[in-house]
Design a protein around this ligand. Structure first.
Ligand code: FAD
Ligand code: PYC
Length: 417
């Protein structure tokens, strides 16, 4: 991957994104397609791309109620890592990192993937033990992760306050060097452009309002605000709204929807070298290529479809950030926003067939699905094309919530939810 610096980076970004809104067709919907994907976020667009690229299925429509990338894909804080505890998670998230590593070349679009390292702080003995358990489990799965003592954490991230007088002093950190960030909207645009070039229709301002089935329970298409559209396969990839759509097909989902917030500061010169997360104090931070500090909080504690969240959640996060990084205490907030995440009881996603023939679902990514975008699209496309899961998503079934074979990654989620 080429490394850009300063001015060259800005020039490259402008070049990559110039005319982005004209780089794919925005056609009228046809009466029928082979496959319909509901939701033009990163996961839906990646699914369409891999259906076309890997499986040769180009008769695909991606239906989006708003604008492409306007959901969580355009609202997230872009942290990418694969340092999860369980085998299923290591499988999907590391599959995704490997795809991230060549995604700009694959899409011929600079998604600005930057492997600057993700450091997760430990503030007490319990945190340190949990972090070390993760490190060992990750290594057994071939995923890089290493323990840094307090001074090594400070050397990796000089703005970090390691004073022992902090409310939650830093005792050390787990560092995944292959982790990092990417440019969120470029991911959506890159997949959209590449899928469109292979014949996929991306139809914005087209809300799905019903899912049609024949008398055998086979999907036959969808109702939308732009009329009925037929298809024998439909994939739902509509983070935050999955249970509403699945209910249209008569399936009740084990999901709850919560607002999750983030904010950015005014832009400043490069001063923050990596990504730092703390589960214990519910705060994480990185610096975007535009210079803003990107800061995120935990979810609100009540279910809601509002794309904003409680002020007390971000003020709690900012208290923690200012204590860990005192040099930021006088910076101004530029904007804050929220997205709706859907959360399963075991905090792991569902990427699966459903009880309705021809209906597939990809959801439940909670606070952490951006990092999975390429891997999720890749295995979901396989599931739809072959009508059976890829080995990487074989465990991410809907049935696990009735059989009890849970994955249970809550502790590795890194963001309270
Ligand atoms: P989306 O991008 O939300 O796409 C779903 C689309 O479906 C939307 O565009 C929506 O309009 C559309 N839709 C919904 N209903 C309908 C309908 N009826 N008809 C047609 N279209 C419909 N993850 C990480 O890995 N790292 C992070 O740092 C991170 N930070 C986050 C910070 C915040 C504040 C938030 C909100 C999320 C964060 N996430 C993070 C989670 C991540 O953003 C999501 O898991 C991921 O982007 C989901 O992608 P998606 O394509 O499934 O969903
Ligand atoms: O899953 O790493 C993550 C994450 C960071 C911020 C929100 N989610």
């Amino acid at each position: 991957m080429r490394k850009f610096s300063g001015f060259a980076l800005a020039r490259e970004t402008m070049r990559a994104h110039k005319g982005w809104d004209r780089q794919w067709d925005n056609p009228e919907p046809r009466a029928k397609y082979e496959v319909i994907i509901i939701g033009a976020g990163g996961h839906g667009l990646a699914t369409a791309y891999y259906l076309a690229k890997v499986h040769g299925i180009t008769d695909v429509a991606v239906l989006e109620k708003g604008w492409l990338g306007g959901g969580n894909t355009g609202r997230n804080t872009t942290i990418i890592r694969s340092n999860y505890l369980y085998d299923e998670s290591a499988g999907i998230y590391d599959h995704a990192i490997k795809l991230w590593e060549t995604l700009s070349q694959e899409l011929n679009y600079n998604v600005m993937f930057s492997q600057r390292g993700v450091m997760m702080l430990a503030h007490n003995v319990h945190d340190a033990q949990v972090a070390q358990r993760h490190i060992h489990a990750n290594r057994l799965n071939g995923v890089d992760n290493e323990w840094l003592d307090r001074d090594a954490a400070k050397a990796y991230c000089p703005p970090l306050n390691i004073s022992s007088s902090l409310r939650y002093p830093v005792m050390g950190a787990a560092l995944q060097r292959r982790g990092g960030v990417a440019r969120h909207d470029a991911v959506a645009w890159g997949y959209a452009r590449a899928a469109s070039a292979m014949g996929v229709h991306i139809i914005q301002n087209c809300e799905v309002t019903g899912i049609n089935q024949d008398s055998n329970g086979q999907v036959t298409g969808v109702e939308t605000t732009r009329g009925s559209i037929g298809a024998s396969k439909v994939g739902i990839v509509a983070a935050g709204h999955t249970s509403v759509l699945m209910e249209m097909a008569g399936v009740r989902m084990p999901l709850e929807s919560f607002p999750l917030q983030a904010l950015v500061s005014e832009p400043v010169k490069p001063c923050f070298p990596c990504v730092v997360m703390s589960n214990t104090v519910h705060a994480y931070i990185s610096q975007s290529d535009k210079g803003e500090l990107v800061i995120g909080a935990g979810t609100d504690q009540y279910t809601s479809y509002s794309q904003t969240g409680g002020m007390h959640i971000i003020s709690h996060t900012l208290e923690a950030i200012c204590e860990m990084f005192p040099m930021f205490s006088r910076m101004k907030m530029l904007r804050s926003w929220g997205g709706i995440v859907d959360v399963t009881p075991d905090r792991s996603p569902i990427i699966a067939k459903t009880p309705v023939k021809g209906l597939y679902v990809n959801c439940g990514w909670g606070t952490g699905g951006f990092k999975a975008t390429p891997g999720s699209g890749h295995v979901f496309a396989h599931t739809i094309a072959k009508d059976e899961p890829h080995k990487i998503n074989a465990g991410y079934t809907l049935e696990r919530f009735t059989t009890g074979r849970l994955i249970d990654e809550a502790a590795a989620a890194a963001v309270a939810h």
